[in-house]
Design a protein. Sequence first.
Length: 454
Amino acid sequence: MRLAITAALLATTMFVIPGEAHAQAMSAEEAAALRAELAALKAKVDTLEARLDAATAEQGESPTASPAPAPAVAPAPAASATEVNWKGAPEIKTADGWSFKPRGRVQVDVGGLYAPDGVADNGLKPEFRRVYLGVDGKIPGGIAYRVEADFANNAVELTDVYLSYGTGPLTVTAGQVKPFWSLEDMTSDLFTSTMERAAYIQAFGFERRVGLSAQYKHKALLLQGGIFGNNADDLLDSATEAVSVDARAVWMPKYGDTQLHLAGSLHLRDFDNPAATVRYRARPFTHTTSVRLVDTGQIDAKGERGIGAEAAVIHGPFHAMGESYWQTVDRLGSPDPTFFGGYAELGMVLTRGDRRGYKDGAYDRLKPSRPFTEGGPGAIEVNARYDYLDLNDAGLVGGQQQAALLSLVWVPIDYVRIVANYGKLWIDDARVATATGDRDYSVDTVGLRTQIDF
């Protein structure tokens, strides 16, 4: 701008000087007049430049800097075809519907049983309770997969191994999964209230089995059912060719801050072997001992029938839950015994803003709103439970077990969990007698679990 003004004034000066001045010498008077005129023009230029600098400074621009070139506009980056999220481990997703995620868990327990002399060895023992490693993911077209195994205790045991298909409310699954028996059994051991599940779940042989199943979910209704054979480890055992039909119906409405859960399950199993036997027994709420204080021994059986009832509620930090299960053995020429197990529990999450998780008919992850890594306490939960198991009926004496259990759960950050347990058990008609021959007595159990999953 300043250069343009100066050029215009100089051009004006050229027109002011008479053309004859180029052809003849100027007199002293003419030269002095020309110098005065040029000085006046220069003063005008200086005045205009000063005013221009002042106006430029008011607009926040440098009065001496040259105009900056317009920045080049970079092209927008192309959208990535692969997305990586963190869910305890990296989960890789592609734009065309593929996904892949490594998964696993490690549970290190220290537990002890304190019983009268002659019943069991007292004292604390450590163990790797579970060491799961596997992968899961999705395939375009509505297909999902999981392959996982447990490497704890010097053995490799397949856990979840399946393919499923579903693009709407109906999902069909083929492979080894949990049949649909119980709220606590359907809840992952990562999220249970105590280190060990209810006594009847262990006693009645709840385990993963290979089969074909389907699940239908619509709003608050969940229907599950399938046909199952044996656990993958028993598939090659020709002596156990059992087949079962299992079904479960769940009503799970949510009213504001309150989650309800009401459900029932049915189990029908045919052993398809005239020489088949079953045995129902349970550890005393610690896996570090091999002793079973309640035990029916081997029972001849052609099949079994199970009926379960479930109820639970979550309201803010509080939860309550209870289950009952009746297991009947179809015997050959003998009365059919019906054994019973159940529990009732109350619990509360002590940390502000936290609550137990729930999803699709089972408890889910407890997530701390103020994790330990951000200066918070993590999530802290306390639980109290009464557990009952009766293995006496129809002339069979397997024992009765009652238990009062307390647990403290601390989740400092997502995917890390520490659980402490104490249990007081009262046994009648115990399988194992004391050193003095007594079969009615009490024992104490303690346990501590450190867990990480991904």
